[in-house]
Design a protein around this ligand. Sequence first.
Ligand code: NAP
Ligand code: F7E
Length: 338
Amino acid sequence: MKRALISGITGQDGSYLSELLLSEGYEVYGLIRRKAKEDFGNVEHLKNQIHFIYGDVTDLASLILALRESNPDEVYNLAAQSFVKASWDSPLSTAEINALGVTNFLEAIRQVNPKIHFYQASTSEMFGKVQAIPQNEKTPFYPRSPYGVAKLYGHWITINYRESYGLFACSGILFNHESERRGLEFVTRKITHAIARMVVQGDKTPIELGNLNAKRDWGHSKDYVKAMHLMLLQAKPDDYVIASGETHSVREFAYEAFKCAGIEIEFKGDNENEIGVNKATGEILIKVNPKFYRPAEVELLIGDASKAEKVLHWQREIDFKTLVKLMVENDINLLKNA
Ligand code: NAP
Ligand code: F7E
């Protein structure tokens, strides 16, 4: 039986990856941080099938112990301070986790068992102020946030350990991927959850958003964790862009999400004065609040995953409209059943 150790297992991707690996007969170990109140996050439903080990990616000793205890064939490093906006508030801890945490894992693997196959969760945020459209594995990086900068270090140290010590270390440069399990602070879930409050609870408070013009390449997490796994099953380690190849603005996401709830929204005004109103009733549903702007923005992301499609035979199954529909329906059902 193959064994995998996942950091970040309580998060969105950790939960879908756990389901995938368990379905393939893996023994799954999860690194979790100790909390005052026990909380398994998105893997609550799997807690009896996973072996949990306390640890933290900023603590090298805990990673060495976790590797000794789990003796894994594969390690997936998904742990991160993953909210870009918060990285300006906590730039140093973001760097400790997202940058140095990666070196800790690589160093632990080098010392305990250099044969382990290692996956690093790199990100399209490394492209930041994009230098080419679309972005692929050869596109130069230009990160625009402490998050992006820290992740770029994690990306290069992964390549460096591969080249220096021959570790089987891969980086997946994943573009935005969302799901019914997405954190509520990310723009997609913030919108779908607010729509559910409006539809189910009659909440009249408009959704306050920042930059509606930002464009993202959005896919579903369930599709993207399959790519992580495929990378570690190859004969040779390499880095891959994983993306849908489509881009949509935050405004388009909101339009589509309201449509899924049976509401047609119309946008009026511009910049800070832009509002989204219910076309049928005139009620204000969306307002811009500059509080949600970022000190430096990533305006446009669109990925080219042709290498992954060719080498890994990876294909996404859930398209943009289906993703939005799944998220809206899930949030409505969650509130109806609450
Ligand atoms: P997420 O839901 O925010 O999950 C992050 C996970 O990291 C949580 O389980 C969290 O545990 C854990 N964590 C944070 N700090 C840690 C530390 N010091 N030691 C150990 N664990 C720690 O993120 P996600 O969306 O699943 O993303 C997974 C990974 O992919 C992240 O590295 C993210 O940066 C990267 N990524 C995400 C996307 C995307 O669009 N989702 C795109 C590209 C790359 P707690 O429960 O203890 O907080
Ligand atoms: O923002 C704009 C915001 O926070 C998307 C993480 O998983 O993907 C994610 O990072 C866009 C930005 O995700 C609001 O300015 C407008 O342009 O949902 P987000 P993100 O920053 O793209 C990458 C690939 C990762 O690696 C990260 O870990 O939406 N936006 N108004 C807003 N964003 C938020 N959060 N809230 C708003 O009100």
